[in-house]
Design a protein around this ligand. Structure first.
Ligand SMILES: Cc1cc2nc3c(=O)[nH]c(=O)nc-3n(C[C@H](O)[C@H](O)[C@H](O)COP(=O)(O)OP(=O)(O)OC[C@H]3O[C@@H](n4cnc5c(N)ncnc54)[C@H](O)[C@@H]3O)c2cc1C
Length: 579
C-alpha cells in the first residue's frame, strides 16, 4: 500500500485507500457563490446563442466571441494576479457544465483555450512568460490552441515530425512543420507547439520533444481552411503551418527535451474538463427525455409507462450520476494536491464521453422520429458527442493506459516483495469502512470486485510477463473493471456524503437508487469479465480479423448460395449419384 500512489493504482494491489475518496470533496463556500454567479450569467448569455444557426453556418459569430471575452470566460483558470478569475479545478469543472449546454461552438472554444491551449504555460511556464502572456490570454485578446497532432502522428504522439533546430548563435529555434485538426486553429494567436529538437545527452545525439510558445506575430505561422465536420461545427478546426518560424529560446516551456511529459500532463488535465462538460449535456438530454416520456402518448398511454422506456431513463440517469460523481471526485483530488491521478482522469474521460454518447443515443430513441429532426437539438448534441471518445486520447488508447499503468504498479510490487509478499498481502481481503451504513452491501460488492481485479492482474503478469503489453483484450477487460470500480467508489462516497448532511434516505431516494443499481450491475459486469481469463473469444476474433485483412474486403455475398433452381438441380443430381 502506498499513499503516494493514487486510489486506482492501489486497487491493482488489492488495497482500498479510502482516505483518497472519503469524505467526498466539496468546494469552498466563497467559490461556490462565485461559480453560481458565473453559472447564472452563462444561462442569461445562452438566450443570445442561436445554437442551430451556428451549427448551420459552421461559425461562431464574432459578436458572440466578443461577448464571451467581456464575460471574462477566457480567464476562468488563470490566477487573479494575472487578470483571471483563479477558479479551482472543481470550480472550472462546474462552469464547463453550463458552457457545454450552450453548444460545442461556445464550450469548445473556451474549453480548448484553457484546458489545453494555454495549460502548458500555467503548469510549466516561468514567471516572465506568465507575466507576458497570461493577462492577454485571460482577457481573450489572445486565444490559444494546442498543437500536438500531425498528419502522421495522432495517438502515437511521440512520433511527431515537426522540428525545431537551435540557431548557430543560440538565440532562437527555427521551427518547421504542420499540425492537423487544431481546435481554435483559425482564431488563435498563441499556440503551444510540440516539436522534435536534437539533444546531446552523455555524448549521444538524439531527437526529443520540446514545448514552445509560438505566436502569430513571430511570422511564418499560418492556418489552412476550416475543416468540414460531423459535429463541433461552430468551433474552429484547421491545420496550422509553421514555416521557418524564428522562436526565441525564451519561448521554451519547461525544459528542453521534456516536452512529451508536458503534453501528457496537459492532456491529463484536459481530460478532467471533458468529464464534467459531458455531464452538463447529459443532464439536458435526460431532462428532455423525462418530459417527452411523460407527454407523448402511444397505444393510449404515455410512452414513459412502458418498461422499455423506463429502463432507458433509469440507465441514462445512472450513467449521468456516475459522470457527475467521478468528474467532481477527480477534480477534488486535483484541488487537494493529490499527485497521482492520471488513471483517474483517464477513467473519468472514457466513462463520461462514452456515457454521453449512449445518453444522446437513447434520448434520440425516446423521441422517436422527432429526435432525428433538427427542430430538436438532440441530433446536434449526438453529433457533437461523437468526438468526445476520439480527442484527448481515444477510448482505446486510454483503456490501454488504465490497464498498463496499474499493471506497472503491481509489477513493481512483485519485483520488490516477490510472490510471497503478494500472497501475504492478499491473505487479507480488500476492505472499505467509511461508507454510510445504507451502502454496506455495495461496499462489500466493491471490495469483492477489487479482489477479483487484483487476482486477474496478477495472473496476467504471471502468465505473460512483459508480453502483457501486447495483450490488448486482457487490458480491455481490466480497464472495464477499473472504470466500473471507480464509478462505484465515487457514487458510494458521494451519496454517503449526501446522507451524512442529514438528508433522510427518503429525501435522497434518487441518489440512493442510482448508487445501489449501478453498484449491483457493475459488480455483475466485473464478475463476468474477470471470469474470462481463459474462457474468452479473443483468439477467434483475432483469427477472423486476420482472415478479413487477408481477403482485403468483406467478401461473403448472398449470390454465393446460387439460385433456387440451381440448388434443386444440384439436389437431383446428388440423389442420382447416390442411387
Ligand atoms: C474536431 C477535432 C479537434 C481536434 N483538436 C485537436 C487539438 O486542438 N490539438 C491536437 O493536437 N489535436 C486535436 N485533434 C486530434 C485528435 O486528438 C486526434 O484525432 C486523436 O488523438 C486521434 O488521432 P488520429 O486521428 O490520428 O487517430 P489514430 O491515432 O490514427 O487512430 C485511429 C484508430 O486506431 C486506434 N488506435 C491507434 N493506436 C492504437 C493502439 N495502440 N491500440 C489500439 N487502437 C489504436 C485509435 O483508437 C483509433 O480508433 C482534434 C481532432 C478533431 C477531429
Amino acid at each position: 500500500m502506498s499513499d503516494k500512489n493514487g486510489f486506482l493504482r492501489n486497487l491493482f494491489l488489492g488495497d482500498v485507500l479510502e482516505d483518497k475518496v472519503f469524505p467526498y470533496p466539496r468546494m469552498k463556500e466563497e467559490e461556490l457563490e462565485v461559480v453560481e454567479m458565473i453559472s447564472d450569467s452563462i444561462k442569461r448569455f445562452g438566450k443570445e446563442v442561436d445554437q442551430d444557426a451556428i451549427d448551420q453556418a459552421e461559425k461562431l459569430p464574432p459578436e458572440l466571441l466578443e461577448k464571451m471575452k467581456d464575460m471574462e470566460l477566457f480567464g476562468l483558470i488563470i490566477p487573479e494576479e494575472y487578470g483571471g478569475m483563479g477558479l479551482s479545478v472543481s470550480g472550472y469543472a462546474r462552469v464547463l457544465e453550463d458552457l457545454a449546454v450552450q453548444g460545442a461552438a461556445v464550450g469548445v472554444t473556451i474549453g480548448a483555450h484553457q484546458s489545453i491551449g494555454m495549460k502548458g504555460l500555467l503548469l510549466f511556464g516561468n514567471e516572465t512568460q506568465k507575466q507576458h502572456y497570461l493577462p492577454k490570454l485571460a482577457s481573450g485578446e489572445m486565444l490559444a490552441g494546442f498543437c500536438l497532432t500531425e498528419p502522421n502522428s495522432g495517438s502515437d504522439a511521440a512520433s511527431i515530425r515537426t522540428r525545431a533546430e537551435l540557431s548557430a548563435d543560440g538565440s532562437h529555434y527555427l521551427l518547421n512543420g504542420e499540425k492537423q485538426f487544431i481546435t481554435n486553429g483559425g482564431l488563435a494567436d498563441f499556440f503551444t507547439v510540440f516539436a522534435k529538437t536534437p539533444i546531446e545527452e552523455s555524448g549521444v545525439k538524439q531527437d526529443k520533444i520540446t514545448t514552445f510558445i509560438v505566436t502569430r506575430d513571430l511570422g511564418g505561422v499560418s492556418n489552412g481552411p476550416e475543416e468540414k465536420k460531423l459535429g463541433w461545427k461552430g468551433s474552429s478546426t484547421t491545420t496550422v503551418y509553421f514555416e521557418n518560424v524564428k522562436v526565441p529560446v525564451e519561448n521554451v516551456i519547461g525544459e528542453v527535451g521534456k516536452g512529451f511529459k508536458v503534453a501528457m500532463e496537459i492532456l491529463n488535465n484536459g481530460r478532467l474538463s471533458t468529464s464534467t462538460a459531458s455531464f452538463g449535456v447529459a443532464r439536458l438530454m435526460i431532462d428532455m427525455s423525462i418530459k417527452y416520456a411523460g407527454e407523448r402518448k402511444q397505444f393510449g398511454q404515455n410512452i414513459g409507462r412502458f418498461d422499455m422506456i423506463k429502463e432507458k431513463i433509469a440507465h441514462m440517469s445512472m450513467l449521468a450520476y456516475g459522470m457527475q460523481c467521478v468528474g467532481y471526485l477527480t477534480a477534488g483530488l486535483a484541488d487537494n494536491g493529490e499527485q497521482d491521478y492520471a488513471i483517474e482522469t483517464a477513467v473519468a474521460k472514457v466513462f463520461s464521453t462514452e456515457a454521453l454518447w449512449k445518453i444522446c443515443d437513447e434520448a434520440l430513441q425516446i423521441h422517436g422520429g422527432m429526435g432525428y429532426i433538427r427542430e430538436l437539438p438532440i441530433e446536434r448534441f449526438l453529433r457533437d458527442a461523437r468526438l468526445g471518445v476520439i480527442v484527448e486520447g481515444t477510448s482505446e488508447i486510454l483503456r490501454a493506459l488504465i490497464a498498463l499503468e496499474g499493471l506497472k504498479t503491481l509489477g513493481k510490487f512483485l519485483k520488490k516483495h516477490g510472490l510471497k509478499g503478494y500472497a501475504q498481502k492478499t491473505f487479507t481481503p480488500a476492505r472499505m469502512g467509511k461508507h454510510h451504513p445504507t451502502f454496506e452491501k455495495e461496499a462489500g460488492l466493491f471490495c469483492k470486485s477489487v479482489d477479483k481485479l487484483s487476482a486477474y492482474a496478477m495472473q496476467l503478469l504471471r502468465v505473460y510477463k512483459k508480453d502483457v503489453i501486447s495483450k490488448q483484450l486482457h487490458q480491455k477487460r481490466i480497464a472495464e473493471a477499473v472504470i466500473d470500480l471507480y464509478v462505484m467508489a465515487a457514487m458510494i462516497a458521494r451519496t454517503s456524503a449526501l446522507l451524512e448532511t442529514g438528508r433522510s434516505k427518503e429525501d435522497a431516494t434518487t441518489e440512493v437508487y442510482m448508487t445501489r443499481s449501478f453498484c449491483r450491475m457493475a459488480y455483475e459486469r466485473i464478475e463476468n469479465l474477470m471470469d474470462q481469463f481463459d474462457l474468452n473469444h479473443d483468439s477467434y476474433l483475432a483469427r477472423l480479423a486476420d482472415k478479413l485483412y487477408e481477403d482485403g474486403a468483406f467478401l461473403p455475398k448472398i449470390a454465393d448460395l446460387g439460385s433456387q433452381e440451381a440448388s434443386q438441380t444440384q439436389k437431383k443430381s446428388d440423389l442420382a449419384t447416390v442411387a
